[in-house]
Write a protein that binds this ligand. Sequence first.
Ligand SMILES: [Fe+2]
Ligand SMILES: [Fe+2]
Length: 171
Amino acid sequence: MDITELILFQHEEQRRQFAVLDEIAGEGSEILGALWRRLAAFLEVHAEAEELYFYPEVLRLGHGAPGTHDGPEPETEDAIKDHNEIRDGIRTADANPVGSDGWWAGVRAARKANDEHMGEEEREDLADFRLHADLQTRHDIAVKFIAYEARHWAGIKPVDKDPEQYVEQHS
Ligand SMILES: [Fe+2]
Ligand SMILES: [Fe+2]
């Protein structure tokens, strides 16, 4: 296994699950709510697993986004900030009745934040890690990551992190 492949694959699954919500917009709140709950839990657990197992190793082994000389700190801060924005969108959706305008606004905010974040994460953090972490390390992180997700498949209580504090704690 390779954590960079696993994350990439899960991003595709997230895009697909958001697209499914478009398809079933008219199917009623019970179906919409069930599919949204699964996606929201997936997004939150994926972000938390990255914060627990991937980004500490990016800070340890990364050299920064390819083409820059900034080191891994700014790209990690960006990622944590993005994760907080994704969590914000989920919270907005969950504060509104499923299928209402407020709910869709939260879902769209989470989707937009996630789309922008995945692009950046793939271009910068995953690319940095492929260049600077060996395959055994990438395998070991993938195992911890997927085991965490399996243990928390039904979801977690999402916790925002202060990006600067996170980088300080893990540097
Ligand atoms: Fe990700
Ligand atoms: Fe992420």
